[in-house]
Design a protein around this ligand. Structure first.
Ligand code: Q9C
Ligand code: ZN
Length: 349
């Protein structure tokens, strides 16, 4: 049983696309609602989520993208289609500026892959997933908890300011990180999902205040291919504030641990006072779409090393598709973090 404060809203389950385009054919959508059901069922008490409205979402995402997400499925239906909305034409670079009404054009304009269909409940679920991250953050900012866990399907880290992709629609992680920064915190984001967090990276790429560090499968062999290479280090004022640590398929805890030490060194050097941990359990050896070799017990090791930073940690759930193992893997990770209320720190030794 998990004891760290965990946040979740059942409206997040409204997102249930049927299929995605994968290796040249349609397959069952991997980011199933049963993922969240399984994890949620493993918590004795999930805490309720507050509604912070659209404003914190619009600090990260463009308004026209948010409006697109809200209306895409009904526009799809209005165009006479059934099932989930999905694009098939993607603009390259300069063509993205064109403002077009046709739903197929807008699906291409605001996405970069065919893994991210928009179903009837996608907006509702994504909205509440973002509110879940914000509520879990507030527990830390208000001093109620030292660390907290946001159970956030749909996930976040492939979504950028104006695009969805990789099962992600709103960037919960970035929304919480931005809110924390606006509350005066010095924020580092550590992304340990199997896939590179391209959306989060893009959002903070020129930002000197928010450090983004990611350990992930080498994009030369793995999705999302076009981001996450070691030479991407931030730009402009943000130069040096992005660190990518790509690892080969087959990586086990030994090589992973070395990358983790380097990542934690960067977090320390940034002098962060809050860590946002973008956690994917798809680094697990049995994950059906990924190729690292981490074992369940490795998540406790990883958490222990992160906890040794002695920072408040907002853990935001990203991927993880070995559904039957998911709750145990999440529990193993959370077991490494402090569960007590923050006031316990004030008790004299
Ligand atoms: N052949 C997250 O883990 N499809 N997204 C990969 C591999 C997209 C994963 C297909 C994977 C997105 C949050
Ligand atoms: Zn992933």
């Amino acid at each position: 049983m998990n004891s760290i404060a965990a946040y979740f809203d059942r409206r997040q389950l409204a997102h249930a696309p049927l299929q995605e385009l994968h290796n040249g054919g349609w397959t069952a959508y991997a980011e199933k609602a049963s993922r969240a059901e399984q994890i949620a069922a493993s918590f004795p008490d999930l805490r309720p989520v507050r509604d912070y409205g659209l404003e914190p979402l619009l600090q990260v995402h463009d308004r026209d993208y948010v409006e697109f997400l809200r209306s895409a499925h009904s526009d799809w239906r209005a165009a006479g289609r059934s099932g989930d909305a999905i694009g098939y034409t993607w603009p390259v670079v300069r063509r993205r500026r064109l403002k077009l009404d046709r739903i197929d054009a807008r699906l291409g304009r605001y996405s970069y892959d065919a893994a991210t269909p928009i179903a009837e409940g996608t907006w509702e679920a994504s909205y509440w997933s973002a509110q879940t991250a914000l509520t879990a953050l507030a527990a830390i900012l208000d001093g109620e908890m030292r660390s907290s866990f946001a159970l956030c399907p749909p996930p976040a880290h492939h979504s950028g300011r104006d695009y969805c992709g990789g099962y992600c629609y709103l960037n919960n992680t970035a929304i919480a990180a931005e809110q924390a920064r606006r509350s005066g915190r010095r924020v580092a984001i550590l992304d340990i999902d199997y896939h590179h967090g391209n959306g989060t990276q893009d959002i903070f790429y020129e930002d000197p205040d928010v450090l983004f560090v990611s350990i992930h499968a080498d994009p030369a062999t793995d999705y999302p291919f076009f981001w996450g290479h070691a030479e991407e280090r931030g730009e402009g004022a943000g130069a040096g504030k992005t660190l990518n640590l790509p690892l080969p398929q087959g990586t086990d805890i030994e090589a992973y641990g070395r990358a983790l030490d380097e990542a934690l060194g960067a977090v320390r050097a940034h002098k962060a006072d809050l860590l946002v941990l973008s956690y994917g359990a798809d680094t697990f050896e049995e994950d059906p779409i990924s190729h690292f070799r981490l074992r369940r017990s490795d998540y406790r090791t990883i958490a222990g090393r992160i906890a040794a930073l002695d920072l408040p940690v907002l853990i935001v759930m990203e991927g993880g598709y070995a559904i039957d193992a998911l709750a145990l893997n999440v529990g193993e990770l959370l077991s490494g973090f402090v569960a007590e209320p923050k006031d316990a720190d004030l008790i004299p030794q």
